[in-house]
Every structure is written in C-alpha cells, then in structure tokens.
Design a protein around this ligand. Structure first.
Ligand SMILES: NC(=O)c1ccc[n+]([C@@H]2O[C@H](COP(=O)([O-])OP(=O)(O)OC[C@H]3O[C@@H](n4cnc5c(N)ncnc54)[C@H](OP(=O)(O)O)[C@@H]3O)[C@@H](O)[C@H]2O)c1
Length: 295
C-alpha cells in the first residue's frame, strides 16, 4: 500500500482525492484538514511526515479567496507560498514524492494563444503572485534538497464540482430564483472538474516514474468563457434561464482576472497517452453524477 498524505483534505479537490484514494486497491489516504495540519507551520509539517511516514504528499491546501487576498496578502502568502515551500522542503529531506497544485492566475492573460509551461508567468493579483511564489519555492526546495523523490506542479483553471462552493453550484442556486443572469463573456479559460483532476493526480502518485518531474498544465479541451459555461450548465440541467453576456467592466471585482488563461493541456495529455476531454463533456459527466446522487 502506498500511503499518501492529502493536505487541505476538506477542500474541493482534497475531498475528491480522499474519496478516490479510499476506493484504491494500492494506495491509502491520510486525510489532513487545516485543523490536523497547518501547512504554514514547518515544524508541524515535519512532525506529520514523521508520524505518518507517507510515500507521497498531495498538497490540496490553498488560500483561494482571490478577491480577499488583495486585503490579506500575508495570510495568502503564508498558505500559498510558505505552505508549499514547507511541504516541499520536508518531502525533499525525507525523499517523499510531492504534488503541488497551482493556477492559471500566474499568467497576466494577455496572450491570444494557449498558455504553455514555457510561457513566462506574470500574475496580476495577489492570489496569483502568492501561487507563483509557491511554485518557485517547491522547485527550489527539491533542487536544494538533492532529493531522490519526484515532485510535480500541476496548474489548473476554473475548478468546479457538483458539490461545495464553486461556479457550477452557484449557477444552479441562482437558477432557482428564476431571474435573468448576467455573466461575463470576456474571460476565457477551460473549466476543470475536481473529480477527473483528482484521478490524474492519484495516477501520477501510483506510477511516479511515468511522468517527468516538472510544471505541467492540466485541463480540458477548450477554451470557453464564463457566460457559455453558465449556458451549458443550464442547458445540460434542462433549466430555462435567460443568460445575458456582460463585460468584466460591468462586474468589477477587487482583484483583476486574466482575460485569457487557457492552459494548453496537450503536452501533459500526450505524456500520459490520453486525449484532452472537451470541457462540455466533462461538465455533462459531472452533472449526471449530481443527478444520480439526488435520486
Ligand atoms: N478553485 C478554483 O477555481 C481553482 C482554480 C485554479 C487553481 N486552483 C488551485 O487548486 C487547488 C485546490 O483548490 P480548491 O478549489 O480545492 O480549494 P479550496 O476548496 O479552497 O480548498 C482549500 C483547502 O485548503 C485549506 N487550507 C487553507 N489554509 C490552510 C493551511 N494553512 N493549512 C492547511 N490547509 C489550509 C482550506 O481550509 P479552510 O476552508 O478551513 O480555510 C480548504 O479546505 C489549490 O491549489 C488552488 O489554488 C483552484
């Protein structure tokens, strides 16, 4: 049995990782939520690794409140930069494989072609700045630690699931009001369901030699914008909702978002011997799962 620590185990991705590892024949999850392990505390991280002796760690913990991060820079940095640094340093020290998850918000969004891992990051908000610092720290820790263990950083965009608080569940909740909805149509990326992402991360931990240690872009075949994503949610749920496209300037937020942050998933998919799934197919699958659990 390969034993895998999941940090941030109560988050959107963390829950999926724990659920899927629970059904795995060759791996088991040590699920650590924020109360069990504060990743910003290096001593606590080291103690957790000593206590559980894991074969791998998947960091699903993060500070994800993009707008609030503008006012809580220190906290965002402690979780998104210091946290992964602590985990990577401790994993490198103890030769434990490590997966870190990052974001499309490390880019400024000015590109007109899919972002590749060779493109230079240039975040336009505190959340992106802290996530980029986390990525860099992870790579440095493994380099400095001269570790035999593997480490990977997977950037993803627009994470959602059938449960929890995310764009999909927000749209379904708002639909109940029966009013027209204005949704921005000038931010482009690819929506990513948490379940398939968790599956890919677990596969990576199960066969660490299959994928070179590197920064990878994971995602669906896309891109789309939020407005079409919303329309697809309603169409696939048989809900009649009037969705009106609007621009980001009509819907101001504290933190700026990249207007285009589609992460090119093809190099990763080729390395894994898979095809990128169209974003709408992944959404349909997620919604059918939701309907099954409702019955
Ligand atoms: N959500 C998205 O749209 C999106 C898009 C791109 C990339 N990502 C990345 O994907 C990953 C997973 O995101 P997610 O949507 O699953 O996030 P999430 O639902 O916000 O979960 C993050 C979890 O981390 C926990 N946490 C916060 N501070 C912590 C600390 N100091 N120590 C340990 N745990 C801590 C949170 O606990 P509390 O709830 O108690 O604070 C929460 O359970 C993150 O790396 C995120 O940056 C997300």
């Amino acid at each position: 049995m390969r034993r895998i620590i999941i940090t941030g185990a109560q988050g959107q991705l963390g829950k999926r990782l724990v659920e899927q590892l629970g059904q795995h024949n060759e791996m088991e999850a040590i699920a650590l939520d924020r109360n069990a392990l504060n990743i910003s505390d290096y001593d606590a991280v080291l103690m957790a690794l000593e206590r559980w002796s894991p074969d791998g760690v998947i960091n699903a913990a993060a500070y994800t409140a993009v707008d609030q991060a503008e006012d809580e820079q220190e906290l965002a940095h402690a979780v998104n930069a210091k946290g992964p640094e602590n985990l990577a340093r401790a994993c490198a020290l103890k030769d434990i494989d490590f997966i870190h998850v990052s974001t499309d918000y490390v880019f400024n969004g000015l590109s007109t072609t899919p972002y590749r891992t060779t493109d230079t990051p240039d975040p336009i908000g505190i959340y992106g700045v802290t996530k980029l610092a986390g990525e860099t720290a992870v790579q440095k820790a493994f380099l400095d630690g001269e570790s035999n263990a593997k480490h990977w950083v997977f950037r993803v965009a627009w994470l959602y699931d059938a449960v929890g608080k995310n764009f999909l569940t927000t749209m379904l909740r708002l639909a109940e009001k029966g009013q027209p909805l204005r949704v921005v149509s000038d931010q482009w990326a690819s929506p990513t369901a948490a379940g398939p992402l968790a599956g890919m991360l677990i596969d990576c931990m199960a066969a660490p030699n299959r994928l070179p240690a590197a920064v990878w872009h994971y995602g669906t075949e896309g891109p789309t914008h939020w407005c079409d994503f919303a329309k697809a949610i309603f169409e696939l749920s048989d809900l009649q909702v009037d969705v009106i496209p609007c621009s980001s300037s009509e819907y101001p937020t504290k933190a700026r978002r990249p207007s285009y942050s589609y992460l090119d998933p093809h190099p990763l998919m080729t390395a894994l011997g898979r095809q990128a799934v169209p974003w709408k197919d992944e959404l349909e699958h997620c919604l059918s799962e939701l309907n099954r659990t409702k019955r």
